[in-house]
Design a protein around this ligand. Structure first.
Ligand SMILES: *Cc1c(COP(=O)(O)O)cnc(C)c1O
Length: 372
């Protein structure tokens, strides 16, 4: 384990890319050969096994496929490869990432429908059950675990249960929760779980991955609407010897390997979830004392990122952002249409002491003299 050296000018309180450890950044300082077994066996295949083990206890039934690009590329590869020509996709949407999945289906010419819920509310499993009963043509259901748009945590277990009871294939965008919130993909019946290297794994951006049920992946041959975003072809090649179909982002992959070792050293996902939960609790509690109201009801608030309403009409986020940045923290603008918000992420190499320092900075910027 490396000791954290605060050599960055500020801490990123954005939900990916996020602040990484010095160890993760150092891991990128040498070059790797994409066809040598040091890399393919020693790094790639090991990462794939580790990812599956993080996702589920049913390790023999699942396989991890790594894919170049940001998280969206893997979501697009999954939707484009999993849904056959005669298939139909139901997207459960309460934010920008759900909306993006619907857009992907539209661009790829995949038959799709949507169950849309207001951004600050969670989808209702009974409604999903009804929609599936009403439209027997639906073959696949896609949903977002934590809608990073608002930080709302959707009820994954309840939604998965009705989708599986109806016999549909389940695609979960767990981009911002995988490795940060515990759940077992096999137990929940998730067929495709999509996440990326630069969120709760705390690696750097450059690739994402899909942890999929082998039996489902087997069905995906010839489905892809794209040459490079073909999950089946990527899986077939990678499963042979760990070689990526096209040039792999070697340094980024090596950083991910280091990040996974650091996750284990921290105590695994349970320990990381506890740290994130404590970060978020302190953040929300402190911000409320400073007069900021969280957008999302406490029941549904994730331990990942929190959206706060602007405190008043005169609040100037751009100015606030610059003042906080000058004091060492980068915040995140809002992304929703229904209210004026900004967001603060608490994932990454971020600890309770960082949140405490942030709150003092915000108190200073807001002129809250009695805050301590
Ligand atoms: C980050 C994220 C994505 C992927 O976004 P990219 O910009 O493509 O990395 C998708 N879904 C959710 C919920 C996310 O948080």
């Amino acid at each position: 384990m490396y000791e954290h050296v605060p050599e960055n000018p500020y801490l990123l309180l954005t939900p990916g890319p996020l602040s990484t450890s010095a160890g993760v950044r150092d891991a990128m300082l040498r070059d790797w050969c994409t066809w040598d077994s040091d890399y393919n066996q020693g790094v790639v295949q090991r990462i794939r096994r580790q990812l599956v083990a993080l996702a589920t206890n049913q390790v023999d039934d699942y396989s991890a496929v790594l894919l170049q690009g940001s998280g969206t590329f893997s979501v697009e590869a999954t939707i484009g490869s999993a849904v056959p020509r005669e298939g139909r996709l139901l997207v459960i949407e309460n934010g920008a990432y759900g909306a993006r999945m619907l857009q992907i289906a539209e661009v790829l010419g995949i038959s799709a429908c949507v169950y849309r819920v207001p951004e600050s509310e969670v989808p209702d499993a009974r409604r999903v059950c009804q929609l599936l009963a009403d439209d027997p043509h639906i073959t696949h259901v896609a949903l977002v675990h934590c809608e990073t748009t608002t930080g709302i945590l959707n009820p994954l277990a309840a939604l998965a249960e009705v989708v599986k009871a109806a016999g549909k294939v389940l695609i979960v965008d767990a981009m911002s929760t995988f490795a940060g919130i515990r759940f077992d993909a096999g137990e929940l019946g998730i067929d495709y779980l999509v996440s990326s290297a630069n969120k709760c794994i705390q690696g750097v951006p450059g690739f994402a991955f899909v942890i999929a049920r082998r039996a489902e992946l087997q069905n995906c041959q010839h489905h892809a609407r794209s040459l490079s975003l073909d999950l089946y072809a990527q899986w077939q090649d990678m499963d042979k010897d760990g070689k990526w179909r096209f040039t792999s982002p070697t340094h980024v992959v090596r950083a991910c390997a280091q990040a996974l070792d650091e996750l284990a050293a921290e105590g695994g996902v349970a320990a990381r979830q506890a740290r994130y939960t404590e970060n978020q609790r302190r953040l929300a509690e402190g911000m409320e004392r400073l007069g900021f109201i969280p957008l999302i009801d406490r029941r549904w608030q994730s331990p990942i990122i929190t959206a706060f309403l602007y405190p008043d009409d005169r609040f100037d986020f751009a100015e606030f952002y610059e003042q906080v940045k000058a004091r060492g923290f980068v915040l995140y603008p809002g992304k929703i249409s229904q209210a004026q918000t900004f967001r603060i992420g608490n994932i990454g190499e971020v600890y309770a002491t960082d949140i405490d320092r942030l709150l003092l900075v915000i108190a200073e910027v807001r002129g809250a003299e009695n805050f301590a």
